[in-house]
Write a protein that binds this ligand. Structure first.
Ligand code: CTP
Length: 205
């Protein structure tokens, strides 16, 4: 897909600026990654699933903004597929839903934030994802709007919470969206009175 990685990198950069220890698992991008504590580059959905699950074991907060492929070819041919064999049928198989898997193994006090990319019925579909994946916060993104979603520097999102309340944000820079998401994370941690281990993500001064 056309995902650039800008939203994920903005989240990592905003967290770093607040003093968090940031472990960034990143698929291939054409932009410079922020200077995080640990950068783990991956290429495939499988590699991302393994790296993300490993780091989630110690993370206080998990934010999953990657546009992961939902399907992969079931068979990878080692050699060239010859034209004379006719038009091939590519059989697909599902990839792991990384976020759902991390949520299933959630530790006490761990905060899990997901994103939803939608083109239709934004709030309805996003709310269903929030419930199905049992998230603490879901950032819903109408990727069909201009100035939102893939490859642009701005985003237009609505934040959805498990108690049903929603917060529609105006169009703003992805770094600012990241900070608004982190403000909510800080607030959730304050409310749940989880003090140990400390996330290191602090409020903006
Ligand atoms: N996600 C994931 N692993 C996948 C697919 C998605 O971890 N294999 C995560 C995304 O990073 C995002 C959330 O799940 O935080 C929702 O992703 P999205 O693509 O909007 O939805 P899907 O769950 O894949 O459902 P659908 O494609 O049917 O809308």
């Amino acid at each position: 897909n056309r995902s650039s990685g800008k939203m994920g990198y903005a989240l990592a950069e905003a967290s770093r600026r607040r003093g968090a220890r940031v472990l960034l698992v990143s698929g291939p991008t054409r932009i410079e990654p922020p200077a995080v504590s640990v950068l783990e580059p991956v290429r495939t959905a499988k590699e991302m699933a393994e790296a993300a699950a490993r780091h989630a074991e110690t993370a206080t907060v998990v934010v999953m903004a990657a546009a992961v492929a939902d399907f992969r070819p079931a068979i990878a041919h080692a050699g060239k597929i010859k034209k004379r064999q006719g038009v091939p049928t590519v059989k697909l198989e599902p990839t792991t839903d990384i976020l759902a898997e991390i949520s299933r193994r959630r530790r006490d006090g761990q905060i899990i934030v997901g994103f939803a990319a939608e083109t239709d019925h934004l709030i309805e579909n996003a709310a269903a994802k929030l419930r199905a994946k049992r998230l603490d916060l879901l950032v819903a993104n109408d990727v069909s709007q201009s100035g939102a979603g893939f490859d642009v520097d701005t985003n237009i999102v609505t934040l959805l919470f498990p108690d049903g309340h929603k917060l529609a944000l105006e169009k703003m820079a992805k770094l600012e969206v990241a900070n608004r998401v982190l403000d909510e994370v800080v607030e959730m941690r304050r409310k749940s009175e989880v003090r140990s281990p400390k996330s290191g993500i602090e409020s903006r001064k």
